[in-house]
Every structure is written in structure tokens, then in C-alpha cells.
Design a protein around this ligand. Structure first.
Ligand SMILES: Nc1ncnc2c1ncn2[C@@H]1O[C@H](COP(=O)(O)OP(=O)(O)OP(=O)(O)O)[C@@H](O)[C@H]1O
Ligand SMILES: [Mg+2]
Length: 589
């Protein structure tokens, strides 16, 4: 999926009513504003040079007599001011309508980006930094918004103004008008060239911004760790270096883009002086009146801002193109496939059998982390997986709960391939209790329930099993205690117990405990497992652990070594082999 300008304009077209109204308003605004510059200069001819024309004659016929000069001047002044005010009001209203459209369209883009991100597969997500996603959602969508705002609102009124003014100029003196109208596009072309250059700088500037926001958010997220390692100087000097890089890029972009727009203004002013000189020559050598010459001078000014605006639309367009490309990098992230007709082996069963067949997996398509794993876990059995750090235990757990799509081999639940079940059903029914679960900056209750409604009994049941009762009761605000950003106010063991309680509340068919109790003292862990034992009695359970006490009760043990199952057998059998688990298991003789 990728977003194009065509899609965006299709979206804009959905606002038919507003667009039509806004365009009508714009048209009306131009109609009333176009004659304005003509009125005052005509008085020069008609009053000062005493050559009564259309204005004096029509006023005389309305008021049936001739008057002093001030009479005509005041009436025209009043009309001009009224017209200008009306123009302002119409313009204001028009901008309002167009702003509503463009903001709605950019909101829609943000909405679609966010919904896409929510579906992105973990594998793709891990390769993009959160800083880079944030900057795309903020800066790049804003850049797009700048373009849409100026393009759809200013473009209509600016082009209409240029057409209106062109028309009046042709009426006044067609040769001079042609001269002006033909030369103007060259001014436009010259400045467009400069716009392209500026957009390149803009790209570098956005990139520098992204790098900065990435290293800043990393430094802030890891603040505690960085401080405890006494590395704040090193980390923050990197952030400062990135800020410096951003500064250098901004300086380049800032002054060069300013220089470019001033240069285009210089080009315009030069044209303006040429046109003025030409007009004076036309007065000197033909019948153009001084009043009309002054009118042409005013029209040159009137034409200036729409031309500038159309130029700005070009700048905005170049920037928007770059931003669109960056935004499409998010849309290019792969989304997890959703099955048309998923088979659900979980719904009528309280637990399931797991079969792993010839499973291999690699994060980067180069090094295989898991190699041809085979396992068969009967319904309701407890198995343990042990092995050295980095041997692939957590990776296997991640695959079992459907965090990553399978590559080679298969995992089956009740003999149904997980490819036919779909990752989202798997995640819904298999719970992985993590060693250090992620927590939100909210209350303990919210962290336990994830916002779902649960009864008080269910909550109490989970809290009791997870051995959290004493801890929660000791808190002044109990379950309503705020736990801070990522649960900083909780100890490692408390976090793990929250994770266990979450699992109990979710009541999944299959439970995987990945060193979920490693931070607990032996006494609490024992109590926790006593509580869990009856809860997990009928649930297929996989325990990954380094402690003998944790795995002793398992029915069967697998030993993982460098992604391969090197040993397996009933726990009784294996635990009796002296010295076998010396390297992995604490408390093993
Ligand atoms: N998201 C990831 N992207 C790339 N490589 C990864 C990722 N997660 C883990 N790995 C790599 O896969 C290998 C196995 O890691 P894994 O976390 O499965 O080990 P583990 O057996 O759980 O270790 P431990 O006992 O320390 O928890 C390691 O070499 C690790 O570097
Ligand atoms: Mg692990």
C-alpha cells in the first residue's frame, strides 16, 4: 500500500459541498476585488486632468447634477474601502472552508498511518526506530498539510485573480498587457528552479531532525540506566552532537531558502520596474492616459501576491513530495496477514496439545536461531525448556505465541497448523508471561486488566494466585496506585507478579512462563507456584527457567543448545543424571 497525491485529492473531493461553496466564494471575491485598483487612478484622469469619464458621468446621472471634486473622491473612497472589506470577509470565509477540508484530510492520513502501524508485524517494527515514526507522523504530515492548505485554498483564488487582472489589463491596453502577461511566466520558471534546490536541503533537514529525535528519545527512555552506569555525559553529548547537526542543516536550509525567496522577489521587482518603464513609454508615445497608467501600476502590485503564492505552492509541493515518500516508508512496513477463514482449535477446549515440527527460524534471514526443532506436548502437560543464555528459548516462546510469522516448519495446536489458525487467534489464546513485562503509566488495576471489565472475584482470584495481595494491601491507594512511567515504582519481582496476575485474568488455553519468577525470592516463588499449581493443573504449560525449584515439577524437559534440542526426557530421568545441567540450572547439585 502506498499513498499518492491522487489518493489525497480523491479524499479532498469527498468534501464536495464545502469545495463548491469555497470556490464560489473565491470567484465572487475576485469579481469584486478586480475593479478596485482601477477606481482611484481613474479619478486622476476624470477629476485632476478634468476629463470626465465613466465614473463622473455615471455619478452625475445618478445624482442629477455636477458636484465639487471632494464629492466624487469621497464616494469612490467609500466604495473602495467597502469592497476591500467585503473582499477580506469573503477571503476569510474561504480560508476557513478550505482549512476545514485540509485538516480533515491530514487527520485521515494520520488515522490511516496509525491504524497501519498497529497492524505492522513485530519483525518489521523492530527495524524502524520509534523516533523516526514519530517524526513522520508529526513533521511530514504537517508538511503535507502545508501543501494541501496552500494548494487548495490559495491556488483557486490566486489563479482567478491572475485571470481577472489579465483580463482588465487586456481591456486597458492589449499590447502592453500581452508584454506583461508573456514575460511573467519566465519569472515563475526562474524561481521554480530555485525551489527544487531548496527541497533537497529540506530533505537533509528532516533527516537530521529524525536522527535527533531518535537519539533524544533513546536517552530519555534509558535515563535511569544511563545514570546508573554514569554514562550521561557520553549519551547526552551524542544527543547534543545530533542537535548540532540539526542546527547546521537548519542553518543551511534556513538561509538558503530565505535567499531563494528573496531572489525570486528581486526577479519579480526587476520585472515590475521594466513594466513600469514600458507603461510610461506607452503614455509618452500613444494614447494611454496617466490615470490608466497608474491603474496598471496598481495591478502590477495586485498580481504580485498571487504569483508569489503560486510559487509558494510549488515549494510546498516539492516538500510535500518528499514527505509523502517518507510517509510511504511507514505504509511499506509489512502488515500481518489476516486469514479469511481461520480455524479455531481453542474455542471449545479449555486447553490444547502442541506439536512443533521441524521448526527453524531466523531474525535476519542469515543466521538460524532455531534449527529443526521437534516437540510434542500433550494436553495439560507441563514441560520445561532449559538452556544457556542466547540458546533461543525466548525466541521459541515468541513463535509459540504468534509474535512472529513462521518461516520453516510448523507449530500445530490440536493438530491444526498455526498457518490455518492465524497469529491473532493464537495470541488471544496463548499467554506468554514475560520476565520483565511492559507496564503503562497508569494504576495497578488498569495494568492488570488492560482496561477490560472484570468482576471483583476474578480480580481477587488473580491477585491471590500471583501473591500480590500483601503488596497491594500495603499501598495507601491499593489498586488505584499509579505506578509511574513503565512501572518505575515497582520492583522487578512485583512486575513479574503483575504479569502472572494478567495471565490469570486473561485465562488463556496455554501458558508459557519465560523466567517469569526469576526476580522472586525463593519463599515467594514457592508460594506462587503452589497457587499456580492448581490453576495450571489442566492447562498445557511451558516453563522456561534457570532454577531447579521451578522445573522440578515438570513432566518433561527439553534442553536447548544453540538453537538445537540437545537433550530431552522425563524430568525424573534427566534430573537424576548427575552434572548434566550444571551450566544452566541454579540449585542443581
Ligand atoms: N528481536 C530480535 N532480533 C534479532 N535477533 C534477536 C532478537 N531476539 C533475540 N535475538 C537473537 O536470538 C538469539 C536467541 O535469543 P533468545 O532471546 O531466544 O535467547 P534465550 O535462550 O531466551 O536467552 P536468555 O536465557 O538469556 O533469555 C540471540 O543470539 C539473540 O541475539
Ligand atoms: Mg530469554
Amino acid at each position: 500500500m502506498s499513498l499518492t497525491f491522487k489518493d489525497i485529492f480523491k479524499e479532498i473531493k469527498k468534501y464536495k459541498k464545502e469545495l463548491l461553496l469555497a470556490n464560489l466564494v473565491a470567484l465572487f471575491a475576485v469579481i469584486i476585488s478586480t475593479p478596485v485598483p482601477l477606481l482611484m487612478p481613474l479619478l486622476v484622469d476624470e477629476i485632476l486632468l478634468k476629463k470626465p469619464g465613466i465614473i463622473v458621468n455615471s455619478l452625475n446621472s445618478i445624482f442629477t447634477s455636477t458636484h465639487e471634486p471632494y464629492f466624487y473622491v469621497f464616494i469612490i473612497l467609500f466604495s473602495v474601502l467597502a469592497l476591500r472589506t467585503l473582499f477580506f470577509i469573503l477571503n476569510f470565509y474561504q480560508t476557513k472552508l478550505f482549512t476545514i477540508i485540509s485538516k480533515n484530510v491530514t487527520y485521515k492520513i494520520r488515522q490511516e498511518l496509525l491504524s497501519h502501524i498497529s497492524k505492522v508485524s513485530l519483525k518489521d517494527f523492530e527495524f524502524v526506530g520509534t523516533g523516526s515514526i514519530t517524526s513522520k507522523l508529526l513533521i511530514d504530515v504537517d508538511t503535507l498539510d502545508d501543501f494541501l492548505g496552500s494548494a487548495i485554498s490559495r491556488f483557486v483564488i490566486s489563479s482567478l485573480t491572475i485571470i481577472g487582472v489579465g483580463f482588465v489589463l487586456l481591456m486597458i491596453h492589449w499590447q502592453l498587457a500581452l508584454f506583461i502577461l508573456i514575460l511573467n511566466p519566465f519569472v515563475v520558471m526562474l524561481t521554480t528552479k530555485i525551489a527544487r534546490k531548496v527541497s533537497k536541503l529540506k530533505k537533509e533537514q528532516n533527516r537530521a531532525y529524525e536522527i535527533f529525535s531518535e537519539s533524544l528519545s533513546e536517552a530519555l527512555e534509558l535515563f535511569t540506566q544511563i545514570k546508573s552506569l554514569n554514562r550521561e555525559k557520553k549519551f547526552f553529548s551524542k544527543v547534543i552532537k545530533d542537535a548540532k547537526n540539526m542546527r547546521d542543516n537548519s542553518i543551511k536550509f534556513g538561509y538558503k531558502s530565505d535567499g531563494a525567496s528573496r531572489f525570486s522577489f528581486l526577479v519579480f521587482l526587476s520585472g515590475f520596474e521594466v513594466f513600469r518603464a514600458a507603461s510610461i513609454l506607452v503614455v509618452a508615445y500613444s494614447d494611454l492616459t496617466i490615470g490608466l497608467m497608474l491603474a496598471i501600476f496598481s495591478y502590477l502590485w495586485v498580481m504580485m501576491s498571487p504569483i508569489q503564492e503560486i510559487l509558494n505552492i510549488q515549494y510546498a509541493y516539492h516538500n510535500a513530495q518528499i514527505s509523502l515518500r517518507r510517509i510511504n516508508k511507514i505504509f511499506a512496513l509489512h502488515v500481518e496477514e489476516e486469514l479469511q477463514k481461520p480455524i479455531n482449535p481453542f474455542v471449545d477446549n479449555s486447553t490444547n496439545k502442541i506439536t512443533i515440527k521441524n521448526l527453524s527460524f531466523s531474525y535476519d534471514d542469515r543466521k538460524n536461531i532455531l534449527k529443526s526443532i521437534d516437540m510434542e506436548i500433550e494436553k495439560g502437560k507441563k514441560i520445561a525448556i532449559i538452556g544457556a543464555s542466547g540458546s533461543g528459548k525466548t525466541t521459541l516462546a515468541h513463535l509459540l505465541v504468534g509474535l512472529y510469522p513462521l518461516q520453516e516448519g510448523d507449530i500445530l495446536f490440536d493438530d491444526i497448523s498455526s498457518k490455518d489458525i492465524g497469529l491473532s487467534l493464537i495470541r488471544e489464546n496463548i499467554f506468554l508471561v514475560l520476565q520483565s513485562p511492559q507496564l503503562f503509566n497508569d494504576t495497578i488495576a488498569k495494568n492488570l486488566t488492560f482496561g477490560a471489565t472484570v468482576s471483583k472475584e476474578e480480580l481477587d482470584f488473580a491477585i491471590n494466585i500471583a501473591q500480590l495481595r500483601e503488596f497491594i494491601d500495603s499501598l495507601e491507594e491499593g489498586l488505584d496506585t499509579q505506578i509511574g512511567r513503565d512501572g518505575v515504582k515497582l520492583s522487578g519481582g512485583q512486575r513479574q507478579r503483575i504479569s502472572i496476575a494478567r495471565m490469570v485474568l486473561k485465562n488463556p488455553n496455554i501458558v508459557i512462563l519465560d523466567e517469569s519468577t526469576s526476580a522472586l525470592d525463593v519463599h515467594t516463588e514457592l508460594k506462587l507456584f503452589e497457587g499456580l499449581e492448581s490453576y495450571l493443573k489442566d492447562k498445557t504449560t511451558i516453563i522456561i527457567a534457570h532454577r531447579l525449584s521451578t522445573i522440578r515439577n515438570a513432566d518433561y524437559i527439553y534442553v536447548l543448545e544453540d538453537g538445537v534440542i540437545s537433550e530431552e526426557g522425563s524430568s525424573k530421568e534427566l534430573l537424576e543424571q548427575e552434572g548434566l545441567f550444571h551450566d544452566y540450572i541454579k540449585g542443581y547439585p
